[in-house]
Ligand binder design. Structure first.
Ligand code: ZN
Ligand code: ZN
Length: 550
């Protein structure tokens, strides 16, 4: 059984369930538990997580949680969601485990008695009724793993995030030999990454990026800053090597970078001897002797690059003739934020280089040519595209059909797919949705506070306070507070006055016997105030009326 609770129909918040059992009685293996990030549509929300009410009901039937790699969209939800599921054991490779521990430490969560079992790269475990084998893949972080899941009914393969790269520069390249063997043994179903299924060809190698970074940094006349995804350890290593080759000192700017570098050094993916300066050293070093490695490639306002661009970073500043290399891709939704940062840099005459100018970034996901190769090795009976938005999933589904896969299942979050015995079939739907991490509180996206915030941002709020006698007479004039509206209308009348007059007029217009009902008066005033403001302004603010009866 395969049930995605997140990650199918979106790129983010991956959470997949594999179930074994019969008659609605299943034991579950959870693969990944990720987050996605809020944008302008979710004001005040940084982190969005999959709704796991289905899993909470099934909490006594969960065999374990397996993490394929340490990207936020695959493991970022563990601190919030894992505690809701009882003491479910977690399985992860050494680097992923190290990143998880450091994430929990950062969030001040005690990881001491975490039931975390470290599985070596390529290792196997029996987790409940599932025989699980990890297979090394290439991606943009160390230790990405595909998972072969075997039950008495057969084997299914879950790719996680992957690409083919013979020189990924971190952990081992995709284990083609083992994948071919598993293919020969028989793969009933392939659940596979769709992110780049609309792109033809084969992704370039991380090694080519390293060559280009070294060339560019060697040519730079002044200070060079490089911004990239902190988790891309191979890239961090390439920048460090390029700096060394150019006789420059490496300065690391941004907390997330330090966290990853420490985890990578602890697990052997970065040379423990690699020397880098803290950001406080930046001002003491001559600019032409520095490479600053910075967080914030997505324009995140609180990250290093945005603060440097706006001149607000306490230790690092760039000026005329310095270079910034965006060794990254702008994730859809972040375009405006990235443009803001780049414009600010450009205003300061800083030279900007992106992947449009040179091969300074490669994706960690398979293009069509790579998908074709994997399907050739595994020859699955059934394909289920995952990890993609609608058009990526559909392009992947059509490709799989063209490649002769017997059955392609078009799943979405919440569909329960029976993979075995075949034929595969969508047999049920389970509840899914989104949770918001709102401040320190986890709420359902359906609760509506974020929808209210969007409304407030569009038209502000008018609050009216009424004080009535038990007979429904106004004791004093209503008090009005107006937030987020223009001061006055086109006639020059202040909005608080319009609201107050509408409130008085409404109370007086209600027949006396009915005025004794405060709920009726409150609602009538609310509607009238909203209508009066709309007439004067052409927009309807949020209106609230608080009534006191003396
Ligand atoms: Zn990933
Ligand atoms: Zn991913």
């Amino acid at each position: 059984m395969f049930v995605p609770l997140g990650g199918v129909g979106e790129i983010g918040m991956n959470l997949y369930l594999y179930g074994f059992g019969r008659g609605g009685d299943y034991t579950w293996l959870i693969v990944d538990m990720g987050v996605t990030f809020g944008g302008e549509y979710e004001p005040g929300i940084d982190v969005i997580l999959p709704d796991i009410r289905f899993l909470e009901e099934e909490r006594h039937n969960i065999a374990g949680l397996l993490l394929t790699h340490a990207h936020e969209d695959h493991f970022g939800a563990v601190p919030d969601l894992w505690p809701l599921l009882g003491h479910v054991p977690i399985y992860a490779t050494p680097f992923t485990a190290e990143m998880l521990r450091s994430k929990l430490a950062e969030m001040s969560i005690d990881a001491e008695d975490l039931p975390l079992e470290v599985v070596p790269m390529g290792g196997s475990r029996s987790i409940g009724p599932f025989d699980v084998e990890l297979i090394a893949m290439s991606h943009s972080i160390p230790e990405p793993s595909a998972v072969a899941i075997t039950t008495p009914l057969g084997t299914v393969l879950h790719t996680g995030d992957w690409k083919l790269d013979e020189q990924p520069l971190t952990s081992a390249p995709t284990d083609e030999t083992r994948l071919r063997e598993i293919g020969r043994e028989g793969v009933a179903a392939l659940i596979c990454d769709s992110t780049n299924a609309i792109r033809d060809g084969i992704s370039p190698s991380e090694a080519e990026v390293a060559v280009n970074l070294e060339r560019l940094i060697g040519q730079a006349p002044n200070c060079v800053a490089v911004t990239t995804f902190a988790s891309n350890v191979a890239r961090l290593g390439s920048v460090a090597k390029a700096a060394q080759a150019a006789g420059r000192e490496l300065v690391v700017v941004g907390r997330a970078m330090y966290r990853v570098i420490e985890a990578a050094q602890a697990t052997g993916y970065l040379d423990p001897e690699l020397y880098f300066h803290q950001e406080t050293a930046f001002a003491q070093l001559p600019p032409h002797k520095v490479v600053a490695l910075c967080t914030g490639s997505q324009g995140e306002t609180r990250a290093a690059m945005a603060r440097i661009a706006s001149g607000e970073h306490p230790h690092v500043s760039l000026k005329d003739g310095d270079w910034v290399i965006f060794s990254s891709r702008t994730i859809p939704g972040n375009e405006k934020a990235v443009a803001r940062v780049q414009n600010a840099l450009s205003d300061n005459k800083v030279e900007i280089l992106t992947d449009q100018d040179a091969l300074v970034h490669v994706s960690g996901h398979p293009r069509r040519g790579e998908l074709e190769q994997l399907y050739g090795w595994l020859k699955p009976d059934v394909a289920v595209p995952m990890h993609g938005e609608g058009r990526h999933l559909e392009a992947h589904a059509e490709l799989a059909e063209d490649l002769g896969v017997k059955q392609v299942i078009r799943a979405r979050n919440g569909t329960m797919v029976r993979l075995l015995p075949q034929p595969a079939e969508i047999i049920d739907e389970v509840p899914v949705g989104r949770l918001y991490r709102d401040g320190t509180i986890l709420t359902s996206a359906d609760e509506g506070q974020v929808r209210e915030r969007r409304k407030l941002s569009f038209a502000g709020v008018v609050a009216v306070s009424l004080t009535l006698t038990t007979k429904g007479e106004l004791v004093i004039d209503p008090e009005v507070s107006v937030i987020g509206l223009p001061e006055q209308d086109n006639r020059g009348i202040p909005f608080w006055e319009i609201a107050r007059d509408a409130a008085i007029g409404t109370v007086e217009s209600i027949p006396r016997p009915r005025r004794k009902d405060p709920a009726l008066v409150t609602e009538a005033v609310r509607r009238a105030v909203r209508a009066a403001i709309n007439q004067a302004w052409g927009k309807k603010p949020v209106c609230t009326v608080l009534t006191t009866v003396l």
